[in-house]
Unconditional design. Sequence first.
Length: 261
Amino acid sequence: MSLARADDGAALYYEVNGTGDDVLLLIAGQSNNHHWWDAPRQDFDARFRTVVFDHRGTGRSDKPETGYGTRGFAADVRAILDDMGVSEAHVYGTSMGGRVAQWFAADHPDRVRRLVLGCTSPGGAHGIERSAEVRRSLAQRDTRKARQALLELMYTPAWLATHPGPFTTIGDRDMPPHARRGHFTASKEHDGWDALAKITAPTLVVHGADDVFNPAANAPLIADRVPDARAHLIPSARHAYFEEFREVAGPLVLDFLTRTP
């Protein structure tokens, strides 16, 4: 358990686990802390030193009024690797974390060995937005119904029927309102289209085939934009494919990260 310092002085909480020589940095989704990775991280600890962290505004990291943007979050990633003394790492980002990973890989190509972009979007004019129906389901005034709608976007009914929680992927409850707004705006305003074309790391794009929270149609868009990237859609999976379909996603990503060139 350590604290890095961002460029603006904000404290960034991170944890390192695992026994491998190579580093795998895992980036969580919007308004979530490092617990997003509690389950899937276990698939990588035997092979890598895994690094998880709390985005600014979440968990044990500082919650400043400013600094909320996907490119700024990528600078926070750099600060954490600098604090560790790590010159390069594999990077796996999901959802908003995938947006952050796009910027990090584009801005620091010499620091990314292999890149995995999960359930994410290029944003901007080229990204495929969720439907109005999905947006309405999340904006319900009844908070219990809105929470249930979010769970059903993340997981299949079969999973929810046998997994009553607690859930680590539906937001950090302790975020102050300004930080929650900052995360929302960061995701909404992300436009990584030009950045994608600058990525040089070998790249795997993973998405749940039934994801409508961040529509699966974004996966081939990203894979076509990143040089030599490939996409893999996991049948029947929704947004949290990395947890519910861990028996598929874990080996898939591990094979990609450990493959010899």
